[in-house]
Design a protein around this ligand. Structure first.
Ligand SMILES: Nc1ncnc2c1ncn2[C@@H]1O[C@H](COP(=O)(O)OP(=O)(O)O)[C@@H](O)[C@H]1O
Ligand SMILES: [Mg+2]
Length: 319
């Protein structure tokens, strides 16, 4: 192992806050004002939820991302710091604002508006590869929200691998729905690729898991492919074998915000420990399920003890 190792995982990705408005009497109309009876300002973004929950599980985590110097920036930094994530490599732009998502919850539905802000400006030059040499694993999330670094990802992952890190990527949804990614270039630079099923089918332009896997197996024969499929659980494809992990079904879902990111946290936490692929999948399924028992992406991850208690009490499984 590298003698400089300080962090198990370096997360590179998007950062924003979520301003969540609940209990609104009716959906907003142009030109009118309505009242929300509850409001919550929390850490948003897939990458930050992943980093925060991974740290709670006991893995040491550092973060590289871009925010502004505004009040929302303090919310992001305080939230990550309070979960033990190292934020010293987060860049605070003097000119750009921190990204924010305004969420309007109305009954079972919601409307969201996102201002990407500084997250769109993260670029290859912002990454301190010397710092990466003090980490064991690199995880990146949300390629379509970060246009300034997107085309540099194969270079970034290749360089990280040369420095001795293992690599993982969760592509997340493409808001433009173009799904324009050169998989032949990107996938060979990854150890683990972890989209959800809808994203995987759109990225591979196929209609089934089997077809999608057939398309990528020659491009990246050594890849571990993880496919999340909501209440149907998740799949792992490794060395020509497809394994299915059923979900630990939650009958009383509070919300599914961050279920995929929490799944990723459980899986990478196990991967870092050197667990088998079966164990990694099961860990992900537990933490994905645990995430649905509390509001928001980090609500169920207050401490490792809380995660363990929820696993046993709600799902009758030991984490
Ligand atoms: N209702 C649920 N009950 C239990 N586990 C769930 C539930 N919804 C999601 N999960 C777990 O979380 C994982 C990720 O959820 P999914 O919705 O597939 O990802 P994403 O949030 O990326 O779309 C699933 O593979 C599953 O293990
Ligand atoms: Mg996801």
């Amino acid at each position: 192992m590298n003698s400089k190792v300080k962090y198990d995982v370096i997360v590179i990705g998007e950062l924003n806050v979520d301003l969540i408005l609940n209990q609104i009497g009716q959906f907003p109309e142009i030109g009118k004002e309505i009242i929300a009876n509850s409001m919550n300002l929390t850490l948003g973004s897939s990458s930050a939820i992943f980093a925060s929950n991974l740290s709670t599980l006991g893995t040491s985590v550092a973060f590289i991302g871009k925010i502004g110097q505004d009040g929302f920036a303090s919310v992001v930094l305080n939230s990550l710091n309070s979960k033990g994530v190292d934020t010293s490599n987060i860049i605070q732009s003097e000119t750009l604002n921190t990204g924010a998502t305004i969420v309007l919850n109305y009954d079972q539905d919601r409307a969201m508006v996102t201002y990407p802000g500084a997250m769109e400006d993260l670029r290859l030059e912002d990454i301190d590869f010397d710092f990466l040499t003090s980490c064991r694993h690199l995880h990146f999330s949300s390629i379509f929200l970060q246009p300034s670094i997107r085309k540099s990802l194969p270079f970034m992952f290749s360089k990280a691998k040369l420095l001795g890190l293992t690599t993982s990527l969760d592509p997340q949804w493409d808001p433009a729905e173009k799904w324009d990614v050169n998989l032949s270039e990107l996938l060979p630079t990854l150890d683990i690729f972890m989209p959800n099923k809808a994203e995987f089918l759109l990225l591979t332009a196929t209609n089934s898991l089997e077809e999608g896997i057939a398309k990528i197996k020659n491009i990246a024969p050594n890849l571990i492919l993880i496919i999340k499929d909501g209440v149907n659980g998740a799949y792992a494809w490794k060395a020509g074998q497809l394994i299915h992990q059923p979900a630990f079904l939650n009958e009383n879902v509070v919300d599914c915000i961050g279920a995929g990111d929490s799944f990723n946290a459980g899986l990478i936490n196990a991967f870092i420990k050197g667990d088998s692929i079966e164990k990694c999948l099961e860990s992900g399924a537990i933490t994905g399920a645990v995430s649905t028992t509390r509001a928001g992406g980090t609500g169920a991850f207050k401490s490792l003890d809380d995660v363990r208690i929820l696993s046993v009490e709600v799902f009758n499984v030991i984490f």
